[in-house]
Design a protein around this ligand. Sequence first.
Ligand SMILES: NC(=O)c1ccc[n+]([C@@H]2O[C@H](COP(=O)([O-])OP(=O)(O)OC[C@H]3O[C@@H](n4cnc5c(N)ncnc54)[C@H](OP(=O)(O)O)[C@@H]3O)[C@@H](O)[C@H]2O)c1
Length: 324
Amino acid sequence: MAKTVTIGKSDVTSMPLGLGTNKVGGHNLFPDLDDKQGAEVVRTALDNGIQMLDTAFRYGNGRSEEIIGQVLKDYDRHQVVLATKASHDPAQNMAHNNRPEFLKKAVDDALLRLQTDYIDVFYIHFPDEDTPKYEAVGALEEAREAGKIRAIGVSNFSLDQIKEANQDGYVDIVEGKYSLIHRNPEAEEFAYLKANHISFVPYEPLALGLLTGKYQADQVFQKGDWQFDHDPVNFGPERFKKNVAAIDQIRPIAQAHHTSLVDVFLAWYLANPNVSVVIPGARKPEQVVQNIKALDVRLSPAEYQTIANAFPEAAGGSDAPAYV
Ligand SMILES: NC(=O)c1ccc[n+]([C@@H]2O[C@H](COP(=O)([O-])OP(=O)(O)OC[C@H]3O[C@@H](n4cnc5c(N)ncnc54)[C@H](OP(=O)(O)O)[C@@H]3O)[C@@H](O)[C@H]2O)c1
């Protein structure tokens, strides 16, 4: 049985391996998704003991939450840690909105789509331009007091925005872009989060599938390929080959553990003291089955360091995801 982690100062706990669900119903973000398969992905995760499901209004503009809500009817709600997000405002052409009234309604709407009466973690998905961040978080604090949400999160916030959001100490969790090939939060953010008892969830931990080792150095990605469109730096001509070469260096560690590369990389996040829950996304149920085996991989300190140092080109790219 894996250890559990506690989310910030809340009483939400979770198994440290969760599921990212932007390919469950996220038709506006990825081509060729199948909702039946998406529902199976969620079922497979829950059947295998995964607790945290990370979704958002933006994943299909409500569709991902609806699929999860439907699946949840067959499970014990109290075993599931539901995390969702909002900031895209349909009334403003999906511009980000952090106004208190918008966020309070976003919580109520998400509860309806998820067919539940509480959400474990509610994130502000992206900052808007003008709402004071402590006011935005204040609206979520009211939702928490009303029992609608259990923990407050922010995502895609700069360190200054996180500090402003946490002015009254209400922020429990931050979700940000972080992977072995994208290390920006290590510079300053992690120290602030630790000092303020705020948990961190990295998104795109598999670098959109790169860190599964399934791509070959001679593959070429270009405009129109979803991988390139979402991360033109790491799937672009300069960096892609170097990434594949760095990943290949880790194959002996996977062989020594009689496991796959993806499980070794996920084990690295599980051993990383800065990471609370790791939420690899999945398109297919069998990916979930494979990824959960990471819980059985124990890296030695030397292996952990070898993996940490394998990506000397890391840090690049922007903090913002290609799809906002
Ligand atoms: N807060 C934010 O702004 C934000 C932004 C992005 C993501 N997120 C969240 O973070 C989660 C994780 O990020 P992500 O899903 O974008 O990227 P990721 O976890 O880096 O990569 C996930 C993708 O890798 C491939 N994959 C996963 N397991 C595999 C396996 N065992 N073998 C082969 N391929 C495998 C699948 O794609 P294919 O099969 O299509 O290759 C899967 O969709 C998301 O699902 C979402 O919940 C949040």
